[in-house]
Every structure is written in structure tokens, then in C-alpha cells.
Write a protein that binds this ligand. Structure first.
Ligand SMILES: Cc1cc2nc3c(=O)[nH]c(=O)nc-3n(C[C@H](O)[C@H](O)[C@H](O)COP(=O)(O)O)c2cc1C
Length: 460
């Protein structure tokens, strides 16, 4: 191990290439050479590799969202741009080369590169035809000659497309060498720790949900009025999808039941069930939890997080043909079933009247509900009891930065024991992780209790 980068802060930008997984090893090599590394992922890169490994290895929170502020209110990409001794973008996509050449700053990697005066090293990786395209050639030329970027050329070899050609990410050792070379003889830019990007606070979430099956619902249901119209709601699915992604990153098996959403879904990692109406959501949910509406003796899931915004009403008689304007429209609505309460009753062995008529599902699953309120959150405690859930996450959707369509949320988590935890305004991902901290803890103590009980059972 050498320490050619001791005292240096190196920003590692990762973009959406099939070679993104190699950036984890590059991070390790940079740290092995003494660097403090902070990682930035483009939104596409997060589809190839999750932030968890980067966060754990770098000990810094990973920057993924250009519009998210650091917890202390500073602007993440500006802090990195001002304090990094060098920026290395590896793998760098054709799209990144083009965005940089045009001066576009649509994500955290491009914005940081534009905002810095530190040397930038780029290691492109792409399909051979993309690399030889005149646009890519011109972009590389501009980055080199106009911006002074150091471009570590891709190598020749087999490519993800199945073809062979020039486009493979350069050897990682040569990328590290280029970073060392670019910073040699330059003074450390910001030795002051306080000026640098923050270190991770609290535990880096590890794989504490391995072996657990979480069922998560997300998005807003749509209730048909006629074949073209529906009753919907403002849910975008961001909170539920954030819970599913965080659970996947922590090793859980996730069934994600999604109604209408406008966010990318973890299609390749979760078992995804798409639904539209409350009726479809009910069928999918009871199927995933219990294999139908009768419970098996053994639980098929460890936790249910019900983040979908389920319509409380549905048209009593949806029209089979489009209703014309001339006919006028008066809608008769009927209440939909309370799915969370129903799942809770089945799991706890209760009938619709609340009487214990069948065996409880074991081991006891953890049930979590969300309640969107406007104004007072006073009704929440009664809701928690009525639905028979373990945790109820309540937020005031009329508050700025909270609720539908935002990347942040301020929530209060109510526990069945009467406890209340008010969280500050956090990213939805952080809210998801805080919630999963509670769920992981509850599942661990559930299992510990079951083990103790088994030890005290009289031998048969
Ligand atoms: C499976 C897969 C692999 C890809 N690999 C590359 C690649 O190696 N290089 C590249 O330039 N683009 C690649 N792309 C296309 C980029 O992901 C796409 O252009 C994206 O918009 C890049 O966004 P970013 O530069 O903001 O990360 C790939 C796409 C897919 C679906």
C-alpha cells in the first residue's frame, strides 16, 4: 500500500455505464492510496449500482440528488467542487461527455465538474460505435483542449453489447495513476475538515434485513368513472419506492405493489406487481401476504409497509362507455375496504367484527401504515389503534417540503405502545431508512422473544 494521495480529497463521479460496478473497486484503490474519497452518482448510475457500498467504503454520504442540500444546509456539489483536490469521473458515459462539452449541469456529477477549478480526470466507457461517433470524438476533443481535462482512454476488448472493440473502462490502476499525476506538486486545497463534505453520521446501514420479506405498496390508486376517466390522488409513489429501495439495499426480499407512480422502479431487484384500482391492490396485497384472503399458519412476509395512497371512495357504477357531456354527471360513490385494517385483522386472526376466530399468523409480522393528514395530526393515534398496526407514519401534506411530489418529508412515527417520534425534514430515502431501522429492530426482538419462549417450553 502506498500513500500517494494522503491528505487529498478526491471526488469520484460515477455515471450510468455497465462498468459502474468497477467504480467500487476504484474507490477502494483510491482509499488504499491514502485518499479521502467522496462519491457522486448520476441518477442513471444509481440504477446500475446502489449508494450503500460507496457510502460504507468512503464513510461519506453519497451525493445523488442535485437539488438535495447537505444536512447542515450547504450545497453538496459546491462543497465538493470547492474542496476536492481532483475529480475523477469513472466510468464516464457518452452522455456525460456530451453534457460537459455543452456545459449542462443537470445532475450532481456534471454540476460539480462545472463548479470546480480542480483537475478533472475522465475515464470513458461505452460501446465501440458510441466511442468512435463524431459527436463523441468532438466532445472528447473539447474536454481535452478547451477544458484541460485528462481523458484516460478506454481499452480494446469484449464489450457489454457482445461485440469487441474500443470502449472498455481503462485499467483501474492507470486511472489512479492519472489522479496521482494530476495532483502531484499541488498544495492540498482545503485541509480544513469543516470545509469539506460531511462524514457519515450514525451507523452506515448494513445488511440488517437479509432473509426478511417485505411487502411494500406505493403510488396512488385510480378508480374508473368510465373507460377514460378516473378518480385519482396526488401520490407520486416516491415514499413507497424509497422504502422498497432502502429495504433492497439492506438485503431484504421485496414485493413492491405499485399503483400509479411517476418515479423509476427497482424493476430488476424487487418482485413488482402493478395495479390500478383499489380492488386490484386488495387482491395483489392479500395474495402476496396470505396467498389469498385466508391466512396460512406461517407468515409469508415479515413486514408490510403500506405507503400507497388508496382511494377511500370508488364510483358505485362505473360506466362501460365514455359518458358524454350532454348526459351530465352525478357520481354515486361507495367506500372502499380499509386494506391495512383488513391485513391487520387477518394477520392477528380476527374476523371482520374483531373476534379472534382463527390462529394468528406466526411469526408475527410488523405492520406499518402511512397517514397523510392536512393540518392537525390529532386523529392519528385513533387511526393507529383502529387499524391494529405497529407503526403509523403521519405527515401533514399541506406543509411545504412534505407529502406528495416532493423529495423530502417531515413525518411523525407513532408506535403501538403510545410512543411518538417526530423526525426533522429529511429526504424520503432517509425517512425510509429511519423507518427500516425501527422495523429491523422490531423483527430482531420478535425473533429473540420467540427463541427465549422456545427455550422455556417444556420438552415434549
Ligand atoms: C445496460 C446498459 C448499459 C449501458 N452502458 C453504457 C455505457 O457503458 N456507456 C455509455 O455511455 N452509456 C451506457 N448506457 C446508456 C446510458 O446509461 C444513458 O445514456 C444514460 O442516459 C447515461 O446517463 P448519465 O450520463 O447521466 O449517467 C447503458 C445503458 C444500458 C441500459
Amino acid at each position: 500500500m502506498t500513500d500517494r494521495l494522503a491528505g487529498r480529497l478526491i471526488a469520484l463521479g460515477v455515471t450510468g455505464s455497465i462498468a459502474a460496478y468497477k467504480a467500487i473497486e476504484l474507490l477502494r484503490l483510491l482509499t488504499a492510496d491514502g485518499a479521502d474519497v467522496v462519491v457522486m452518482l448520476s441518477p442513471s448510475a444509481t440504477r446500475f449500482v446502489g449508494p450503500l457500498s460507496f457510502a460504507a467504503l468512503s464513510r461519506h454520504p453519497v451525493e445523488t440528488e442535485i437539488l438535495d442540500l447537505l444536512p447542515d444546509g450547504r450545497i453538496g456539489h459546491v462543497v465538493i467542487a470547492d474542496t476536492a483536490d481532483a475529480l475523477v469521473v469513472a466510468p464516464a458515459t457518452a452522455h456525460w461527455l456530451g453534457s460537459m462539452a455543452a456545459g449542462l449541469a443537470g445532475d450532481v456529477v456534471t454540476a460539480t465538474c462545472l463548479a470546480t477549478s480542480a483537475p478533472v480526470i475522465a475515464a470513458p466507457a461505452m460501446d465501440g460505435d458510441m466511442w468512435t461517433h463524431p459527436a463523441t470524438r468532438a466532445n472528447v476533443q473539447r474536454l481535452r483542449s478547451d477544458f484541460g481535462y485528462i481523458v484516460v482512454e478506454p481499452e480494446s476488448g469484449p464489450l457489454a453489447s457482445g461485440q469487441s472493440g474500443v470502449g472498455r473502462l481503462a485499467d483501474l490502476g492507470s486511472i489512479v495513476d492519472a489522479v496521482v499525476e494530476a495532483t502531484r506538486d499541488r498544495p492540498v486545497r482545503q485541509p480544513d475538515e469543516a470545509a469539506r463534505p460531511p462524514l457519515s453520521t450514525g451507523p452506515i446501514r448494513d445488511s440488517d434485513l437479509v432473509g426478511r420479506h417485505l411487502v411494500v405498496t406505493a403510488g396512488g390508486t385510480r378508480e374508473p368513472i368510465d373507460p377514460v376517466r378516473f378518480i385519482g390522488n396526488r401520490s407520486t409513489g416516491r415514499m413507497g419506492v424509497a422504502v422498497a429501495e432502502a429495504a433492497l439495499d439492506r438485503g431484504a426480499r421485496v414485493t413492491l405493489i405499485v399503483a400509479d407512480t411517476d418515479v423509476p422502479l427497482p424493476t430488476d431487484r424487487a418482485h413488482l406487481i402493478r395495479v390500478e384500482t383499489t380492488g386490484e391492490l386488495r387482491a395483489a396485497l392479500l395474495g402476496a401476504l396470505f396467498g389469498g384472503d385466508a391466512p396460512p399458519a406461517e407468515a409469508r412476509f415479515d413486514a408490510l409497509v403500506m405507503a400507497a395512497a388508496v382511494s377511500d371512495f370508488t364510483p358505485a357504477h362505473p360506466a362501460e362507455r365514455k359518458i358524454g357531456r350532454e348526459a351530465g354527471l352525478t357520481l354515486e360513490l361507495q367506500a372502499t375496504p380499509d386494506l391495512l385494517a383488513e391485513a391487520g385483522r387477518i394477520a392477528h386472526g380476527l374476523d371482520s367484527g374483531g373476534a379472534e376466530t382463527r390462529a394468528r399468523v406466526t411469526p408475527r409480522p410488523v405492520l406499518v401504515g402511512f397517514a397523510a393528514e392536512t393540518g392537525s395530526l390529532g386523529r392519528a393515534a385513533a387511526k393507529l389503534a383502529r387499524k391494529g398496526v405497529d407503526l403509523l407514519v403521519v405527515n401533514d401534506v399541506s406543509e411545504p417540503g412534505s407529502g406528495f411530489g416532493t423529495d423530502t418529508n417531515r413525518v411523525e412515527v407513532l408506535g403501538a405502545a403510545g410512543d411518538r417520534t417526530a423526525l426533522p425534514l429529511l429526504s424520503k430515502r432517509e425517512v425510509a431508512d429511519r423507518l427500516l431501522d425501527r422495523i429491523a429492530e422490531m423483527l430482531d426482538s420478535r425473533d429473540a422473544e420467540a427463541q427465549t419462549a422456545a427455550m422455556h417450553e417444556p420438552p415434549r
